[in-house]
Design a protein around this ligand. Structure first.
Ligand SMILES: *[C@@H]1O[C@H](CO)[C@@H](O)[C@H](O)[C@H]1NC(C)=O
Ligand SMILES: *[C@@H]1O[C@H](CO)[C@@H](O)[C@H](O)[C@H]1NC(C)=O
Ligand SMILES: *[C@@H]1O[C@H](CO)[C@@H](O)[C@H](O)[C@H]1NC(C)=O
Length: 375
């Protein structure tokens, strides 16, 4: 007969044993409350979210590792395509994660440096494999996901001493891609295509993206943050194609809007195919468009010209990147665009703040990043 005392001892010894012999077979990371509920962030996408991966690419023209890029970033130029912090850095701070997310390609990104996530993004890349090849070497979204699967996930399992789907369930998976598929692919190759093929191209893009999201889901991702495409037709590089300025270039903006509408629909439809997942769309398009339509309301003065000196296409430049060591505007917060394409840190602050905390479904849908993190 088992005495009451031995039952009692058995009961109190279970937590005792659990304390000294932690189970390595399942990953007890759900209890972690570092970043408002998430442990960290894995980031995929283009230059809007790249934080230095392209620095390490051979034969890439899409680099931002020189001044005036990073002029307002604490450590100077880092490969971020803006004057200071990008949306990812600012989201990291909103979430109160202990440090910024390191770039995958940096040799120091290993060991315990990866436990709060890794950034795989590559400037000029797109959702499709052939997007951005025009600027030379890029890391496509498919390759970024492969790097996560084959390198980082394996390292993380070792670092956390556990395996299994739960390991990354409590990380945010941020995907910011698609703009380059239009600017550096569709509109470049197909300058004379009908709107019917724009529809077909957009369907192809969202289909590819949905397959990429499912791949991440199958690797354990559960919390997704998807960035919309920005108003491409309002960027200085595109405005330069239209010497008599009559506002933004509608064709490009319509393409971005079409994609963003499809992205919003995808969020609801894909959730059913990925049980237990939650997806949030950050409508940076609307947030930037609102600023451009009424710059003064947010303290901006210039919504159409780059803050840094850009070599125009008419003079053999790309119209996008800042000239190395070139001129730069004094009051960066007054500009919407830092170079010919990328927003200033001041705009990134608007995007990240709204992504994190807005309750407007037109800005972040269907819930905000703070709510997603706490789920
Ligand atoms: C791209 O860069 C990587 C990393 O430096 C290098 O291994 C690869 O050969 C490069 N590819 C091309 C096509 O230049
Ligand atoms: C564009 O398409 C139209 C209609 O198919 C055609 O008539 C026109 O020649 C094309 N323009 C160019 C520059 O290819
Ligand atoms: C869509 O993808 C299919 C299959 O990859 C391809 O054959 C087709 O040309 C694509 N359509 C467009 C408009 O890019």
């Amino acid at each position: 007969m088992i005495s009451k005392t031995s039952v009692f001892l058995l009961l109190i010894s279970i937590p005792f044993f659990a304390l000294f012999f932690p189970c390595h077979c399942d990953c007890d990371v759900r209890s972690v409350k570092d970043g408002n509920g998430v442990r960290g962030m894995f980031v995929f996408g283009s230059s809007l979210v790249d934080n230095g991966n392209n620095n390490f690419l051979k034969n890439s023209l899409a680099k931002a590792d020189y001044l005036p890029y990073g002029i307002d970033f604490p450590s100077g130029p880092s490969g971020r395509f803006t004057n200071g912090e990008n949306v990812i850095d600012l989201l990291t701070e909103q979430l109160k994660l202990p440090s910024l997310i390191p770039p995958f390609s940096h040799p120091a990104t290993k060991g315990n440096k990866i436990i709060h996530g890794v950034n795989f993004a590559s400037g000029a890349s797109g959702i499709l494999d052939d997007t951005g090849l025009i600027v030379g070497n890029i890391t496509s979204l498919n390759q970024q996901i492969k790097n996560f699967e084959e390198v980082t996930l394996a390292q993380l399992e070792k670092e956390m001493k556990c395996k299994g789907k739960d390991l990354v369930a409590n990380y945010l998976f941020v995907v910011g891609s698609g703009g380059n598929d239009y600017s550096f692919n569709y509109f470049l190759k197909r300058s004379n295509r009908s709107s019917a093929s724009l529809q077909a191209f957009t369907s192809n893009l969202t289909l590819s993206l949905s397959q990429q999201l499912k791949k991440l889901y199958n690797l354990g991702a559960r919390k997704f943050v998807l960035m919309s495409i920005n108003p491409l037709g309002c960027s200085p590089v595109m405005l330069a194609f239209q010497p008599e300025r009559h506002g933004c270039i509608q064709g490009l903006n319509q393409a971005a809007e079409l994609f963003n509408t499809q992205l919003r629909l995808l969020i609801s439809s894909i959730k059913m195919e990925m049980p237990g997942s939650n997806l949030v769309m950050v409508n940076s398009y609307k947030i930037i468009r609102d600023i451009i339509q009424n710059p003064q309301s947010k303290g901006f003065k210039d919504a159409s010209s780059p803050c840094c000196e850009v070599v125009p296409r008419s003079q053999g430049g790309d119209g996008i990147l800042c000239k190395k060591g070139g001129q730069v505007c004094g009051y960066r917060n007054a500009h919407v665009f830092f170079d010919g394409l990328h927003p200033t840190e001041a705009v990134n602050v608007e995007i990240a703040t709204k992504a994190f905390a807005s309750y407007r479904a037109t800005e972040v849908y269907p819930i905000n990043v703070h709510q997603l993190a706490k789920l």
